[in-house]
Design a protein around this ligand. Sequence first.
Ligand SMILES: [Zn+2]
Length: 419
Amino acid sequence: MVDPNYDFLKDRNAKNREIYWDDVYAHELINPAPYDGLLVSMSAVRKKDGINAGRVKYAIKEEQRLLRDGIRKFLRLDTEYLKDRIIMGDCGAFAYVKNKEPLFSPLEVAEFYEDAGFTHGISPDHIIFRMDESNPAKGSLTTDEKYRYEISQNHAEEFLKLVRQKKYPFEPIGAVQGWSPKSISESAKNLESMGYEYLAIGGLVPLNARQIKVVLRSLKDVLKTTTKLHLLGFAKAEEIHEFQDFNIYSFDSSSPLIRAFKDSKSNYYSPKNGKGLIYYSAIRIPQPNENSKLLQGIKKGLYSPEILLEKEKLSLKLLREFDKKLSNKDDVIESVLDYLEYQLDGSSKDDQRKQRELKDTQVHLERTLTDCPWKTCECPICKQVGVEVIIFRGNNRNRRRGFHNLYVYKNYLNSLGIH
Ligand SMILES: [Zn+2]
C-alpha cells in the first residue's frame, strides 16, 4: 500500500494519515486493476508458536479484522468491478521450510480459508529442496526429503476430503511437490486421481527456464488436458511468452513489484516497441534521515549529516528541474554521482569496487535520463507523480514504481493474448 496523498516535495505523509484506512492498494490507484487476483499466505497472517514470527506481516488486530470482515473486504476487492477477482490462499511453506513438520494442519488451513472467505485454497505442503533432472528413485532421498514428499501428498488428500465433507465454498487446489520432473508429474497425477481439478506446482523458484520447461513437459504428458495448472512464485514471469505451449492456467509472481526496489539495476519496466519489456534503473537519491545505511554511517562518524543533506538536496533539485527542461542531463548525472561517491567513501568497499559502481551508475543514469520513460508512460502513477516515480527512495516512491511495473506487465500479458 502507499499513501495516496504523500507530499513528495516535503517528503511527508498526509496529515493525520491512518495507515490502513488512508493508504491504498495498487488496484485502488490503477483502474483496471493490474492483476486478476491476489494470493495471500496463511503464514503471513497467523502467528504460530513464534516459528514464523519474522514472516508475519499483519498485527493481531489486522488478522482479527481480516477474519471478521473477510479477506475480500479487507483487501478492498469488494467493489462492484473487483468483486469477481480471485483471492487465492496458500499456507506459505517458505516460512517453515527449516522445520521438520509443516506449520499448519489441513484442518487449520481449510478453516482459515473458509473463515476468511478465499475463492481458492491450496493444500498445505512442505518444500523439498532438491531438483534432479536425472530422475533418481525415491530410495535415494534422505529421510527428511521422503517425509516432505509424503506429508505433502497425505495433507493434500486429507485437505480435499475436508473440503468435500464440510462443503467449503472455495475451490481446492492440490499442492504438488517433488524432487525431479518425474516425481513432480507422479505427484500431480496422484493428486488428479484424488479428485483435484486444479494443481499448484511449487519448488520452481530456483529453476532456470529450461528446467521449468522439462517439468512442464512431463506434467503435460501425464495430466488430463482439463486439469488446471497454477505455477507458484513463477520467477520467469517476464519470459511467459516462452511458456505459452504448456497449458498454464494461472501463475503468481511478485517480481514486477519487488524488482522496483530490490533489483540492482532493473527497477522500472517499459514496453518494448513491438514485443516484450525493457528495464531502466531508478535513480538512487537516498534520504539521509531515513536510509538505514546512512543513519548508521552518521552514528559511526563516517558521514557528515550536513554534507549528505546538501548533496541529496542538490540531486533532487537538479533532477526535478531537468524534468521541466530547466537543467541539463549532465548536471543531474554529475550531482547524483557526486552524492554516490560521498556515500561510497564512507563504506568499506575497496577502490576498485567503488570505481566500478560509479562507472555502472553513470551508464545507467545516462540511459534512464536520455529516454525519460516516465514521461511517455500512460499509467496513473506516472501521470500523477511524474519524475518522482523514477527516484529510488522510500516506500512511497519505490512501491509506486512497483505498481507502475504491474501495470506495464499486465499490458504486456494482454498483448500476448494472455488474459
Ligand atoms: Zn507508469
